[in-house]
Ligand binder design. Structure first.
Ligand code: WTA
Length: 657
């Protein structure tokens, strides 16, 4: 986040009380009710979570231990307990809710399909039997590379039903990225589709999957292919199977496999500041509990709600608030495959209108992108059913917050600005809509049972509003990640070592105001947040230097009005630098951008590439990223630039030469 945003949030003094009409019916209707939950968790932490786990989840075998903290930070929750996540999301709703819509799906071209709880249950059972027939046993890894269609949820739930561990790879990631994830997880099975729709075009998923499997991914035994776009694709005999053919033959009865509370539910790869993406590993019971409690506390979910979270299932938001949370609490959700601007920028508002969405959850980047089309567009749709709005993924600037509040919510809907991460599993810091007054740009207060703080370099708590610091979580929580797949040491190093295992270090910087409200200032490490997507600078740099013509690269983020951050790459070529960045460099810059898209995915493409003859480095040879960021943002340089070989290089870095 840039300094201007920090300044604008620093002087943000507007306060919006929960609308009385909302609070009157809310699950947590006022500050006193919120405080008593927080207090209950403070006074008897384990008792609090034990009560929640008993109330929200259906157990096959009860737990005795609530929190096992004998080997920190490898915490375990509800250890003796046994349950099945898919049973909790589906079977237990069949009594009473069998004919209630679970998923209302709309495709990009407008086709609508509804799946009731009974239908979804049947399809999940069938597909779980398919997985078993393909030799999948509990603990096996299954990689899912699908578009945003109900089958993605079916595949995930089917894995959970038989104790297989899914790892969903976002359809926008490249073949190379898919390959890296399959190999790290040593997955036995890949589930993909012929293609997906995006902005009127077809995304070639099967073709990318074929490239990923070429000469690698030796663990993969079978590929199940969903027919979605219907265009012609190559099928490899003995390896590839059509989803519809094998599902049709499968039995619709499938007993859930009861697993231990700690049994891994899924891996989800995410970017960090170093090395390749890490497989964040989540456990079954604690994670599911977190999704259920936050659906109730933060989204105030009710039986009659129509809930729509716009995130793709390839991201954690799509896991917790599409595949698991809404189903855990027996809610109805909307699922949409396409982009917000297809065929026109009114699409999201039309979807809200047509499906009578009551709770709408999206990313600030989408709000900013839609905001620029003006107020008349949303005003031409009937948004009167909306009662609650949410945001996630990046800091929201007060201007976008106010637009969302006034134009979309008609000053009637509270906004929940939810702070959390792939690693935290579920919401951590967020307003409770009926109880906590909101301030535009602040995610307000930690949820009951969650202990967060802002600390300085020594780990001392910072309580004054004028200073920022590291955002840390000071106590374990049920939905927390358990480890990094196959790398316990890296888990400790990445999240706990900084304060000797005492705190979970989120990687964000934040400050707290006089009311104790949290204001997220952005990442404190070398992670970029582009349109709410997490990308590591090092990941992009290694992709760039893997290109034969590139000698060295440094990547930094730069504030962007729509995307939050854009990507600027400084590149040193092996041969001569193009005479002028603009002319001679343009075709090469395009080549490099395409290369990065191939290596990681189109979301990682640098917005600008500047060819330079040198990079500023410390005496020990480390790239001075802070200086590069200052230069990239066009700000006055206060740092020492003496390590730069010449003034000419400074001009190149500034894009002036
Ligand atoms: C950022 C997404 C400000 C933050 C759920 C975090 C936010 C990273 C917010 C996690 C928010 C997420 N306000 N920043 N409400 N929510 N972030 O793992 O930097 O894709 O560390 O999980 O997004 O991204 P991830």
């Amino acid at each position: 986040m840039n300094d201007k945003n920090i300044e604008s949030t620093l002087c943000e003094e507007r306060l919006f009380s929960p609308p009385a009409e909302f609070s009157a019916k809310a699950r947590i209707p006022d500050r006193a009710a919120f405080d008593s939950l927080v207090q209950a968790a403070d006074e008897n932490f384990e008792g609090f979570w034990s009560d929640q786990a008993k109330a929200e989840l259906t157990w096959h075998k009860p737990f005795e231990t609530v929190l096992d903290d004998t080997n920190p930070p490898y915490y375990r929750w509800f250890t003796e307990g046994e349950l099945n996540v898919s049973f909790n999301c589906l079977d237990r709703h069949l009594k009473g809710k069998a004919d209630k819509a679970a998923i209302i799906f709309e495709g990009e071209r407008g086709e609508v399909t509804t799946l009731t709880y009974r239908q979804l249950h049947q399809r999940v059972c069938r597909f779980a039997n398919v997985l078993k027939e393909q030799g999948i046993v509990p603990g096996d890894r299954v990689v899912i590379y699908l578009p945003m269609v109900p089958e993605a949820v079916i595949a995930m739930q089917a894995c959970a039903r038989i104790g297989a561990i899914h790892s969903v790879v976002f359809g926008g990631f490249s073949a190379e990225s898919l390959k890296g994830r399959i190999e790290d997880a040593e997955a036995k099975l890949l589930i993909t589709a012929d293609g997906g729709y995006r902005g009127g075009r077809i995304i070639q998923l099967k073709a990318a999957a074929d490239r990923a499997l070429q000469g690698g991914c030796v663990s993969i035994q079978r590929v199940i292919v969903l027919q979605h776009t219907g265009h012609e694709i190559a099928m490899t005999g003995g390896r590839d199977l059509w989803w519809h053919q094998i599902e049709a033959k499968a039995d619709s009865h499938c007993e859930p496999v009861w697993v231990n509370a700690e049994h891994p539910l899924f891996l989800l790869y995410t970017s960090g500041s170093t090395g390749k993406p890490k497989g964040i590993q989540h456990a079954s019971a604690g994670y599911l509990l977190g999704t259920a409690t936050t659906m109730k506390w933060v989204f105030d979910i009710r039986d009659e709600d129509i809930f729509w979270c716009t995130a793709d299932v390839g991201w954690v938001t799509g896991h917790s608030y599409t595949t698991y949370g809404p189903l855990a609490v027996g809610a109805t959700m909307v699922m949409y495959e396409g982009v917000p601007t297809f065929p026109d920028p009114g699409r999201f508002w039309k979807l809200c209108q047509d499906h009578k969405v009551t709770i709408f959850y999206t990313a600030p980047t989408a709000i900013r992108a839609l905001m620029k089309w003006g107020d008349d567009l949303p005003a031409s749709y009937d948004l009167s059913q909306l009662r609650l709005l949410g945001t996630v993924g990046e800091p929201i600037n007060p201007e976008a917050w106010m637009w969302y509040y006034r134009i979309i919510g008609n000053e009637r809907c509270p906004i929940v600005d939810t702070w959390w991460q792939t690693e935290t599993g579920v919401h951590m810091i967020s307003p409770i809509p009926g109880a906590i007054p909101t301030k535009p740009g602040s995610c307000t207060l930690p949820l009951p049972g969650i202990s967060a703080a802002v600390v300085d370099e020594k780990g001392e708590s910072i309580t004054t509003a004028d200073r920022g610091g590291y955002l840390v979580i000071t106590r374990p929580w049920p939905a927390m990640l358990r480890t990094i797949w196959g790398d316990d040491q890296r888990y400790y190093e990445t999240y706990w070592r900084k304060f000797d295992g005492k705190y979970y270090v989120a990687g964000d910087s934040a400050r707290r105001d006089e009311d104790g409200y949290f204001w997220i200032m952005g990442r404190a490490d070398d992670v970029l947040n582009v349109s709410g997507h997490r990308l590591g600078t090092m990941e992009i740099e290694s992709a760039l230097v893997a290109y034969p013509k590139v000698a060295e690269a440094a990547v930094v983020g730069r504030p962007d009005a729509i995307k939050g951050e854009s990507i600027l790459a400084y590149v040193i070529l092996k041969g001569d630098r193009p005479a002028k960045n603009g002319d001679g460099g343009a075709p090469l810059a395009e080549e490099l951008r395409a290369w990065v898209a191939e290596q990681i995915g189109p979301i990682a493409k640098p917005d600008e590439i500047r060819f330079v003859d040198g990079l500023p480095k410390t005496r020990s040879g480390k790239i001075m990223r802070r200086l590069l960021r200052t230069i990239a943002q066009g700000e006055t340089i206060t740092q020492d630039t003496s390590t730069l070989e010449s003034e000419a290089i400074l001009a190149q870095l500034q894009g002036k030469a």
